[in-house]
Design a binder for this molecule. Structure first.
Ligand SMILES: Nc1ncnc2c1ncn2[C@@H]1O[C@H](COP(=O)(O)OP(=O)(O)O)[C@@H](O)[C@H]1O
Ligand SMILES: [Mg+2]
Length: 249
C-alpha cells in the first residue's frame, strides 16, 4: 500500500536492531524559577526498548506527566537529553517536532480526548487527515483499527453514545492511525473502573504484539503494572528502580 512511500519520507528503522527507541539521559525539568521553582524531574535516566510495553509508575506528583510530555516533544527539558528513534529532540525545530508527533508517536490520555461532534471512525481519522491521507483510505483504515480494538459495530457512534471504556478504545485506535513507532499513554485507565481499566491495558498489551509498536504508559495502578514488560518507578522526580523486568507469572 503506502509502505513504500512512507519508508521514503520516514527513514527511521522500524525493526528491532537492539537500539532503544527512547533514551532519556539525566533529564531535569523545573517549572518556574527562583524560590518558587518546582523541580519536577531531578536527573532522570532510562531507556525504552523497542517492541516492549514499559510502565512508568509513581504516585501523583512524582513527575510522570512531565516526563511523558518531554519524551513526546510537547515540552523541552530544562536539562539533559532525550532521543527518540536515534534523534536528539534538542536538534529538532518546531516543524520537525510537529512532524515527529504526527507521524511517529501516538498519544493516549486519561480523559480520552475525543472530539464530541465526530463519529468514532471520524475521530480515528483525525491524525490521518493531518497527513492528508485521502478520504477513502482514511475511512478504510479507521474501520480496520476500530475492528482491532473491538468496536467494529460502533464506527458511526459519537463519543457521548459510547461508554468510557469504549471511548478509550477509540482513542487507542486513533493513536495507531498513522502507524506510529511509539505510543505514549498517560494514565489511560485513570477514569475507568478497575475491570474496564484492565481490559484497556490488555488491549495495549495485545497491540504491542500485533502492531509492532512500543508503548510507554504512565500509571499508578499497581494491578496494571504486572502487564508491563518493564517497570520504571519515579519518586519525587527521580528514578527509584529502573528497567526492572517484571517476573513472568
Ligand atoms: N505546569 C506546571 N506548573 C507548575 N508545576 C507543575 C506543572 N506541571 C506539573 N507541575 C508540578 O510538577 C510535579 C510533577 O507533576 P506531574 O508530572 O504532573 O506528576 P504526575 O503526572 O506523576 O502526577 C508536581 O509537583 C506538579 O505540581
Ligand atoms: Mg500525571
Amino acid at each position: 500500500m503506502t509502505d513504500h512511500q512512507e519508508t521514503a519520507t520516514v527513514p527511521a528503522a522500524r525493526k528491532d536492531d537492539g537500539t532503544p527507541i527512547v533514551v532519556v539521559d539525566d533529564v531535569r525539568h523545573s517549572f518556574g524559577s527562583g524560590a518558587q521553582a518546582v523541580h519536577a524531574l531531578r536527573g532522570v535516566s532510562f531507556e525504552v526498548r523497542r517492541g516492549e510495553l514499559t510502565a512508568l509508575k509513581g504516585r501523583s506528583g512524582s513527575g510522570k506527566t512531565t516526563l511523558l510530555n518531554l519524551v513526546g516533544g510537547l515540552d523541552t527539558p530544562t536539562g539533559g537529553r532525550i532521543s527518540v528513534d536515534g534523534t536528539d529532540l534538542a536538534t529538532l525545530g518546531e516543524p520537525d517536532l510537529l512532524a515527529l508527533r504526527r507521524d511517529r508517536i501516538g498519544f493516549v490520555f486519561q480523559s480520552f480526548g475525543l472530539i464530541p461532534v465526530l463519529t468514532a471512525a471520524e475521530n480515528v481519522g483525525v491524525p490521518m487527515r493531518l497527513r492528508r491521507v485521502p478520504a477513502q483510505e482514511r475511512e478504510e483504515r479507521a474501520r480496520t483499527l476500530l475492528a482491532l480494538v473491538g468496536l467494529a459495530d460502533h464506527a458511526e457512534q459519537r463519543p457521548g453514545e459510547l461508554s468510557g471504556g469504549q471511548q478509550q478504545r477509540v482513542a487507542v485506535a486513533r493513536a495507531l492511525a498513522n502507524d506510529p513507532d511509539l505510543i505514549i499513554a498517560d494514565e489511560p485507565t485513570g477514569q475507568l473502573d478497575s475491570e474496564t481499566g484492565r481490559s484497556i491495558m490488555e488491549l495495549l498489551r495485545a497491540v504491542v504484539r500485533s502492531e509492532a509498536v512500543t508503548i510507554l504508559v504512565a500509571t499508578h495502578d499497581p494491578n496494571l503494572i504486572e502487564l508491563a514488560d518493564r517497570v520504571v518507578e519515579l519518586r519525587d522526580g527521580r528514578i527509584v528502580d529502573a528497567s526492572t523486568p517484571t517476573p513472568t507469572p
